[in-house]
Write a protein that binds this ligand. Structure first.
Ligand SMILES: Nc1ncnc2c1ncn2[C@@H]1O[C@H](COP(=O)(O)OP(=O)(O)O)[C@@H](O)[C@H]1O
Ligand SMILES: N[C@@H](CCOP(=O)(O)O)C(=O)O
Length: 322
């Protein structure tokens, strides 16, 4: 689930008076998601999502996230559009949380994406990277290579509870990634959490991208690495080369990769696997059992890490260097 904060009809009715969105007809909490509280709203004019920002979202980052959605939507990306209040402001407050009203996107996320969907998400991601050019605000990635060590130090003492030997295994990854992390690759706006649950489809077409709350300026190819991890592995932990090839071909049909980006993929994929393993591990160890929050299995990403460690060429992901 992700409804950390309850809101009353009275509070919501009062909030909606600030907007020109009609009268409240119904609202309900949305079980999916993990970071923020989300409510689905129907008003006499349309359907909306109200997000209350809860966990890893800093209030000072909201102008970046909401401004980015507006910029991307204006530049051809199907993503939610933040609704401005009558006074022009987009960040409101309800139940002592910062909150924003955004437009509702049709579609559903795919539990079992096929190669054709991976191709489409590759295209959509490249389109988003191009559309991000020209966005005037910047935000450094708060979960990149230099941020992994402090997160790891918090989880490390109990890591072997999850899997014996994990502590030394991760230490070796951190050392290798810190040493070899690429610096001189093309940068821009990345989504940084483009998992299947953040991409909506209508039939076989991408109908929208949501959840920009990790978006930042970073290496564009790092976003691709995250997608390879999130879209191209099977439930048994094996890499699906057909899906990887489709995703990379889809991406390149919109934005061809530089040779250096292709060469860096194994390291970037390993780094991205470590990043998601670390946040999952931290949550796994700190969120009490029985809490109404989706706890995601860190071992899924430990297995990805093991796969990336033994890669000797990007061709194993489905792309060759010329
Ligand atoms: N703009 C939107 N249109 C339709 N549904 C949305 C929209 N934004 C969020 N949702 C719904 O809310 C769920 C959680 O949203 P998400 O942004 O992923 O939350 P979190 O940041 O907590 O992970 C999504 O899986 C989807 O069902
Ligand atoms: N995608 C991340 C967790 C963030 O969840 P989201 O619901 O905000 O996409 C993971 O799988 O670890």
């Amino acid at each position: 689930m992700a409804v950390y904060t309850d809101i009353t009809e009275l509070e919501l009715g009062a909030l909606l008076k600030e907007y020109d969105v009609g009268d409240l007809l119904s609202y309900k909490g949305i079980a999916e998601g993990s970071e923020n509280s989300n409510y689905m709203l129907h008003t006499s004019k349309a359907a909306f999502i109200l997000t209350l920002y809860e966990r890893r979202v800093e209030r000072s980052d909201l102008p970046f996230f909401l401004g980015l959605m507006e910029h991307l939507a204006q530049n051809g990306v199907n993503c939610p559009l933040p609704v401005h209040r009558r006074d022009g402001v987009v960040v409101s407050e309800i139940a002592e949380r910062p909150a924003a009203l955004i437009t509702f996107l049709e579609g559903m996320w795919l539990r079992k994406p096929a190669p054709r969907h991976c191709r489409e998400v590759g295209k959509a991601m490249a389109g988003m990277h191009l559309a991000g050019q020209g966005f005037e605000l910047t935000r450094p990635n708060a979960l990149t290579v230099g941020d992994w060590r402090p997160l790891w130090e918090k989880a490390k003492p109990r890591a072997d509870e999850v899997e014996p030997g994990l502590m030394s295994e991760v230490e070796a990854d951190l050392a290798a990634l810190t040493e070899g992390w690429p610096q001189d690759l093309p940068t821009g706006i990345i989504h940084a959490d483009l998992f299947p649950d953040n991409v909506f489809f209508l039939g076989d077409e991408v109908s929208g991208i949501i959840d920009f709350y990790f978006a930042c300026n970073d290496l564009l190819a790092y976003d691709i690495a995250t997608c390879l991890n999130a879209w191209c592995f099977e439930a048994d932990g094996s890499y699906n080369l057909t899906k990887g090839t489709a995703l990379l071909e889809g991406y390149q049909s919109v934005r061809p990769l530089e040779q250096a980006e292709i060469a860096a993929l194994p390291l970037l994929a390993r780094g991205s696997a470590l990043r998601f393993m670390l946040t999952r591990l931290y949550d796994w160890l700190t969120i009490p059992d029985g809490a109404l929050v989706n706890k995601r299995d860190p071992m899924e990403y430990v297995r990805r890490l093991r796969f990336h460690r033994q890669i000797s060429s990007p061709s194993e992901y489905g792309i060759g260097i010329k």
